[in-house]
Write a protein that binds this ligand. Sequence first.
Ligand code: ZN
Length: 133
Amino acid sequence: MNKIEHIGIAVKDLTTSNELFSKLLNTSPYKNETVANEGVTTSFFKIGESKIELLEATHSESPIAKFIEKKGEGIHHIAYEVSDIYAEIQRLKAEGFIVLNEIPKKGADNKLVIFLHPKSTNGVLIELCQEMN
Ligand code: ZN
């Protein structure tokens, strides 16, 4: 794995949180994007070589809506950048990690993504992402 690419934070209201994080980080989001198949609208802030991703649910059945219902707003996942997502899937499966989607899907910010079940990673949802060309 190359680096922590971003940290995902579940928020109730993206407009309010965009203002909050703009003040906190002293920069504006460089991208807002809805990922319809994930039921989320996201915004991204860049800090050095890492990013913060804010995630708001687009409907009540969205995984983000369910997360907030259970745990409230807060850190939702940590995303690691990888160079070969297919090789990483095989490696992590062999190590016993639970891969939630074995076929990478198109996530926000022009990335191929997979997720590891928090049950196999000390309670933290892990995203692996690889830049799409
Ligand atoms: Zn993410």
